[in-house]
Design a protein around this ligand. Structure first.
Ligand code: PPE
Length: 306
């Protein structure tokens, strides 16, 4: 990764190399922590805009609430710190990673008095699944690992520990020669990918999985609104892996992945084996919205004045 100058840590900016923690940091041992992934884009007019900052910070606080962690800052403070982090690092387009974690102090699972710490790092991050994935589509494989049951992990929380499940799936898929894993829920229906929500298009109808066992993706929501503005209704319903095989188009959404077309699922070609018209049109509309070129979605952007 490309290092940047400063990281916001517990209320102050410190040099990248100095943003360190003790090995007895509670979250490092047990995974109880929450985080966000946010993108900042350089707009057509040269300025930078953070995409849906308010929603990401709201989800961060929601995730902390689910896990019973009290963030010692207000939402406004965290939002402002994200903007500042981009500004002081003199970045235009970048990825923003707020992380809320429990510091050192007590050990053990029931330790509740450790300090709640917050870090916000920013760095340039290109196409998550490669530039070729964005233009030609990626190849995904059904994972042998199921998505977490709603009553084992809290699937609505973007919790640090939840990503063990995602990493098992992502690494298995990549070792098998695929770009990403498609994860099924414990009932066998399609849930999401290791770091993206999933959509299918079949005979003009767009479907995505309901939010039951998946992360409430902010890109997913943006795509629902972009399609809604076109008059395209999206059905939120459970579907099976073979329905994905039969789709004309499949695409994934996520902050890092943005809108990434899927050209192959479980070695089966999807549609014509290249990004279809609904997906490419959506990629274009998403790109315009994040760059501030679509007035209807201008409020999605928080401007950063460098
Ligand atoms: N599901 C999961 C499991 C997930 O991790 C993400 C984001 C999404 C859906 C899409 O959510 P949203 O970003 O709000 O549209 N995944 C992050 C992974 C980054 C990483 O590898 O680190 C992201 O896209 O930032």
């Amino acid at each position: 990764m490309e290092k940047t100058k400063l990281i916001w840590l517990d209320g102050v900016f410190v040099p990248w190399e100095k943003a360190q923690v003790h090995v007895m940091t509670h979250t490092l041992h047990y995974g109880l922590g929450v985080f966000e992934g946010i993108r900042c884009y350089q707009g057509a007019n040269g300025g930078s805009g953070i995409f849906r900052l308010r929603e990401h910070v709201a989800r961060l606080f929601g995730s902390a609430h689910i896990l019973g962690i009290e963030i010692p800052y207000s939402r406004e403070q965290i939002e402002k710190a994200c903007v500042e982090a981009v500004r002081v690092n003199d970045l235009r387009a970048c990825y923003i990673r707020p992380l809320v974690f429990l510091g050192d102090g007590e050990m053990g699972l029931a330790a509740v008095n450790n300090p709640v710490r917050v870090a916000i790092a920013v760095w340039p991050w290109g196409a998550y699944l490669g530039d070729d994935g964005v233009t030609s589509g990626v190849r995904i494989k059904t994972s042998s690992f199921q998505r977490m049951h709603v009553n084992t992990h809290m699937t609505k929380a973007k919790a640090v520990g939840n990503y063990v499940n995602s990493i098992l799936a992502a690494v298995e898929a990549r070792r098998g020669g695929y770009d990403e894993a498609m994860m099924l829920d414990v009932d066998g229906y399609v849930a999401e990918c290791s770091g993206e929500n999933l959509f299918v298009v079949r005979a003009g109808q767009v479907k995505t999985t309901p939010l039951t066992s998946v992360l409430e993706g902010i890109t997913r929501d943006a795509v629902l609104q972009l399609l809604g503005a076109l008059g395209t209704q999206v059905v939120e319903t459970r579907f099976t892996r073979d329905e994905v095989y039969l789709a004309d188009e499949v695409f994934m959404t996520g902050t890092a992945a943005e809108v990434t077309p899927v050209r192959e699922v479980d070695d089966r070609c999807i549609g014509k084996g290249r990004p279809g018209p609904v997906t490419t049109d959506l990629q274009r509309r998403y790109r315009a919205a994040v760059r501030g070129e679509d007035d209807r979605f201008r409020e999605w952007l928080t401007s950063v004045t460098n």
